[in-house]
Design a protein around this ligand. Structure first.
Ligand code: NCD
Length: 311
């Protein structure tokens, strides 16, 4: 992956995913040390270019870069020339001229990371573009499942919620399918894209049926800022029908785990209790996100061509 972009899970082979997950497992140990830093990316520069608000993803990339000793620059549009109407591409080209080794991009419009990747010299990592893809989220989700269940192949993964508008759902559909899991999606019909089964998943409108036999249950955030009133009659009704609580979780396998990419609307897509306690693994996902992003940065920027050794 040296020097390559990471724009989506759709572009990856199963062997690429396996390599990233194995590298992330080696990175986890660094986060458990008292001194959480190795010199692997010393002298490399990473630019975090986030045009859309983010708490966990941006902090996770920043901590990942710093644990590998890279210099990390956070670019926030509000404080920049973007408020002087400089175009996204001009902004990115200006930063690119400062010779960063990786540029991490989040934007509310699908396709922006790809457009920038076509023009920048630095490799681009997509940190979420519109409703398209969020590859590092799916990779950290796969890492979490691999560690909880010991495998991904052969598992049943049920994703609940607004599939149509979720980049997390799309990336996870590609990823878990490539890794050999059966992926199911469920939600109110307006939240299920008409052609979703062409992605190789089974679509359900009954939560109970979608949960039967599930090993992994992933709830998505209801994007209140966008969908209120449009896709379902009321939040209360959504919570009653599709909100996951312990009673509904009983339809899944006894040892099913519950995941959520965050931020959680407590009492909407997840009960308060499930948001905070096992079998939900939400904070493990966050913790694994740092190791996973360390792996991605290392694989893209950490080795000179021909070099093989890992930290
Ligand atoms: C998600 C995102 O921004 O795509 N959050 C995240 O990255 N952890 C999901 C969301 O905002 O609903």
């Amino acid at each position: 992956m040296i020097g390559r972009d990471l724009l989506g899970i759709e572009d990856l082979e199963r062997s690429d995913i396996e390599r990233i997950l194995e590298t992330a497992e080696r990175m986890q140990e660094i986060g458990e040390r008292q001194v959480k830093k190795v010199p692997t990316l010393r002298g490399r520069t990473i630019v975090n270019l986030f045009f859309e608000p983010s708490t966990r993803t941006r902090a996770s990339f920043e901590i990942a870069g710093k644990r590998l000793s890279a210099d990390v620059v956070n670019f926030s549009p509000g404080a920049s020339s973007l408020s002087k109407a400089e175009s996204i591409l001009d902004t990115a080209l200006t930063l690119d001229a400062m010779d960063p080794d990786v540029v991490i991009v989040r934007h509310k419009v699908a396709g922006v990371p790809k457009r920038l990747a076509d023009s920048l010299r630095a490799p681009v990592v997509n940190a979420g573009d519109g409703a398209h893809e969020h590859p590092t989220q799916a990779l950290l989700d796969m890492l979490t499942v691999k560690q909880e269940k010991g495998r991904i192949d052969g598992l049943t993964v049920t994703i609940i919620g607004d599939i149509a508008h979720s980049r997390v759902a799309r990336s996870n559909i590609y990823g878990f399918s490539k890794m050999g899991a059966e992926v199911r999606v469920v939600g109110p019909p307006p939240m299920l894209p008409a052609d979703v089964e062409s992605l190789g998943v089974k679509a359900y409108i009954s939560l109970r049926e979608a949960l039967e036999g599930a090993d992994v249950v992933m709830a998505l955030r209801i994007q209140l800022e966008r969908v209120q009133g449009a896709l379902f009659p009321s939040i209360r009704e959504y919570a009653a029908t599709f909100g996951l609580d312990r009673a509904k979780l009983r339809y899944a396998k006894d040892d099913a785990i519950v995941m959520h990419p965050g931020p959680v609307n407590r009492g909407v897509e997840l009960s308060h209790d499930l948001a905070d306690h096992r079998p939900s693994v939400i904070l493990d996902q966050v913790r694994n996100g740092v190791a996973l992003r360390m792996a991605v940065l290392y694989l893209i920027a950490g080795l000179a061509p021909g070099e093989e050794s890992a930290p």
